[in-house]
Design a protein around this ligand. Sequence first.
Ligand code: ZN
Length: 196
Amino acid sequence: MVVLDPGHGGADAGVTGSYGAAEKDVTLALALEVKRQLGVLYDIRLTRESDRGLSVVRRTELANSFHGDLMLSLHSGGGLSRDANRIALFVQREKRGRVLAPKGEDGWDTGHRPYIAESQALAAVMKRSLSTLDGYEGVGYSGVPLKVATGARMPMVLVEVGNLTNPREEGRLENPEHLRRVSAAVAAGIEAFLSR
Ligand SMILES: [Zn+2]
């Protein structure tokens, strides 16, 4: 079971490009295309299949209820400048001692802690696969406090596919052909991870 989480949705549009493309629509189109490409091989579930809002906690709860083997949260965020266009991967940061827990939910991330090493392995495989795409400055990878991974009982990586604030990239992400290529790279990464 592969869980795809299209970032944002509903009232939360995410980043909006200068020609008006909304991140919430790009992430959903991407998730649906990855599902279309990989659905013959794997069971794929999306945290949302339409334009609706979902809290970050609910996304993680859904992924756990689906018993995912992995979870990818898809985004296409903003860059520091209009020219910036990076792919960035984020995994939950490893921390000594007490793990990041939302206030009032003591020790909650003991749920994801055992999966952090696998999340890093998933990120490494995704990085290799996404590095094959043209037109990006590279694929960044970092460990950060990652709310959507908190409590996830599976390997989990957040993927920022390019910067919607770059007008050229905004045009590309609106182009079905480019979307198919990006989705194919994401799909290849998932397949490589699951068939290790
Ligand atoms: Zn986002």
